[in-house]
Design a protein around this ligand. Structure first.
Ligand SMILES: CC(C)(COP(=O)(O)OP(=O)(O)OC[C@H]1O[C@@H](n2cnc3c(N)ncnc32)[C@H](O)[C@@H]1OP(=O)(O)O)[C@@H](O)C(=O)NCCC(=O)NCCS
Length: 209
């Protein structure tokens, strides 16, 4: 998979970056509070992931000509911009970090490596109706998992169950979009369209509220 920055439309952009060591000056754009958070991460791999995800947001903001506002996490783990403008979502997987920014609506992004073992844990995150339409194919299962991750991150609250509260409509293995909705929570019956890309051995999904 390659690094990329993509302007989706005039409101939103996404970026995928390779996780690597950063020189300190590459992180000068971080806010004072973020620099403190970064300094407090002790695990070297986590530090690289965290920094690369912030560089990805920085890249996405640049193509939209939005100044980097700095971001903080709420009690659910979701990041928000410090100046209250725009929405962001972050993801990391096997050597890559990704981010999406939208000027007006909440967003969710996720990247997942396609692995055989996902077929064995489907019952944990899939409803029976989803198990019925999914083929016994790790790509199809990873698409379902990643779509649910993106919807989860877009809504942002802990306690929403992938199996019980996020329901996907039937979709094909080669689908470019997945429809889903939240049920049985305060956001019951909110409908999402999740965009899906296959980038070599990784599934990337994103959605907007
Ligand atoms: C928190 C969760 C969304 C993280 O996803 P993940 O695939 O492990 O990791 P990713 O790298 O894709 O995403 C991590 C990012 O998610 C974001 N995130 C964490 N909690 C979030 C929330 N409540 N809302 C939105 N975004 C969130 C953070 O920005 C984090 O990045 P950061 O630590 O650099 O800031 C996910 O693990 C989770 O808790 N899911 C809900 C629990 C569940 O139902 N699991 C399935 C049961 S089988």
């Amino acid at each position: 998979m390659q690094a990329k920055i993509e302007k989706i439309d005039s409101y939103s952009a996404l970026a995928v970056k390779i996780i690597e060591d950063q020189e300190d000056q590459q992180l000068d754009f971080l806010s004072f509070r973020e620099k403190l958070s970064f300094a407090n991460i002790s695990h070297p791999e986590k530090k690289k992931e965290w920094a690369t995800a912030r560089m990805a947001i920085h890249g996405a903001l640049e193509v939209l000509n939005v100044p980097y506002p700095g971001f903080f996490k709420d009690e659910h783990g979701k990041s928000h911009s410090m100046n209250g403008q725009g929405y962001v979502s972050l993801t990391h997987t096997s050597g890559f970090a990704g981010a999406i920014y939208h000027r007006e609506n909440p967003v969710g992004i996720d990247m997942d490596l396609i692995r055989e073992k996902i077929l064995r844990i489907g019952f944990r995150f899939l409803d029976q109706s989803e198990l019925d339409f999914l083929e016994n194919d790790p790509i199809h299962y990873t698409m379902a998992w990643s779509a649910k991750e993106s919807i989860f991150k877009c809504q942002g609250r802990k306690g929403v169950s992938f199996r019980d509260n996020i329901l996907l409509s039937p979709f094909e293995v080669g689908a470019g979009k997945i429809k889903g909705r939240i049920r049985g929570t305060d956001f019951a019956d909110h409908h999402y369209t999740v965009e899906v890309r296959k980038l070599e051995n990784v599934i990337l999904t994103y959605t907007t509220w």
